[in-house]
Design a protein around this ligand. Sequence first.
Ligand SMILES: Cc1ncc(COP(=O)(O)O)c(C=O)c1O
Length: 399
Amino acid sequence: MMQMKLARRMSELKASEVREILKVTERPEVISFAGGLPAPELFPVDEIKKVIELVLDEAGPRALQYAITEGNPPLRKWVAERLNRQYGLSLDIDNVLLTSGSQQCLDLAGKLFLDEGDLVLCESPTYLAAISAFRAYGCRFLEIETDDDGMVPESLERALKENDRARLIYAIPDFQNPSGRTWSLSRRKALAELAGRYQVAVVEDNPYGELRFEGEHLPAVKSFDKDGCVLYCGTFSKIFCPGYRIAWVAGEADIINKFVMAKQATDIQCNTLAQMSLAKYVEMYDIDAHIERIRAVYKKRRDLLLQTMDECFPQSVRFTRPQGGLFTWVELPEGLNARDLLVECLKLDVAFVPGGAFFPVEPRENTLRMNFSNMPEERIIEGVTRMATKLPGRARAQL
Ligand SMILES: Cc1ncc(COP(=O)(O)O)c(C=O)c1O
C-alpha cells in the first residue's frame, strides 16, 4: 500500500460506477444497456481516412505542431455559424473555445467558478461524470426539484435566494442523461431569466440536442440569455465520434477568455491533427446527412426498447419515453433496489446502470438508466426479455 499522502480532493473521488460496470460488459456475451457508447458501426471510418491523409498532404508538419489554445479557427467559425443558425444566436469565433470533449468543459467550469464549499445547483438526477468533475473542486450540491419539464423554477429560485454560495447551475435540457427528459420552452426561459437576475453562471450541457427523433426542435437556454450568464457546451462525440475528443463551449467573449486561460494551464490545446481533420471533414462531407443516419438507427432502437419494455415489464415499473438521445430512465416500485437487480441481471449477462449514483445528495436506489444506442436490435429484445424475468409482478402484456 502506498504511503504517499494524497490531496484532500481525492477522498471525494470515487471510481465511476459506470466505468466499473463497463469492465464487466466488455465480455462479448453481455447485453449491455450500461454506458453511453455511440454505435461504432456508424463512425465514418473511410471519410476520416481520407481527411487525415488530405490534411497531412496539404498542411504537412503544421498538422503536427502546437497550435493556439482557443482551437482551430475554421472549426470554431463552423461551430459559431451552426449555433447561430440553430438557435438564433449571434456568436463569432471569439465566443467559441474548443475543448477535449465536453467533459473538459465541465472540469474547466469547476476550475473557473467553484471554490471549496460553493454550491452547484443541478437537476435531480443529473449526469454522473459532471458530479465527479465538480466535486473535485470541493463544492457541495443542491438537487433542484425536477419533473418531466425540467427544473421547477420556484424550487430553483428559492435555492438561489437562500444560498449566496450558489455559483453554478448545471442543466442538460435536451434528452437528459440519465433521464431522457427534455425541458419545456417556458422552463428554458425561466432558467435564463433567473440566472441573469441572480448573476449565477449556467452550464447548458447539450451533447444530445441534434439527436431528436420526433417532436419540435426547441431553442436552447442560451437563446434566452440576455445577461451573458449561459455557457453552452456541445460536442462532436455523439454526432461524429467520441474518440476524437473534440467539443466546444460558447459564451460571452470575456468569460470564454477565462476558459482559454484555464485550458491553457490544463493541456495547452486540443490535438492539432484531430482539429484539422475534423475541420476538413465538415468542409468536405455533409454532417447533417450523417446525423440523419445516426438518428434513424437510434430511433429504431429506442422504439424497440420501449416496445419490448411495454410488453415485458410489469405495470409497476415506470419508464420515460425520450424524444431523442441515448437513454431511458426506469423507476422500479419503491423499496426495490436497482443494485440488487443488477446483480441478478448480470447472472443473465445483462447490464444497466443503477440510478443511485446520479443523485449527488439523495440517492433514489429504485431507479436505473438504460442506454439504447449501442446494442443491435435483436440483443435489445433479448436483453429486456431477460431483465423482465427478474422483475416482480406480471408482465404488462399478460394483464
Ligand atoms: C450530459 C453529458 N455531458 C457531457 C458528456 C461528455 O461528452 P464528451 O465525450 O464530449 O466529453 C456526456 C457523455 O456521455 C454527457 O452525457
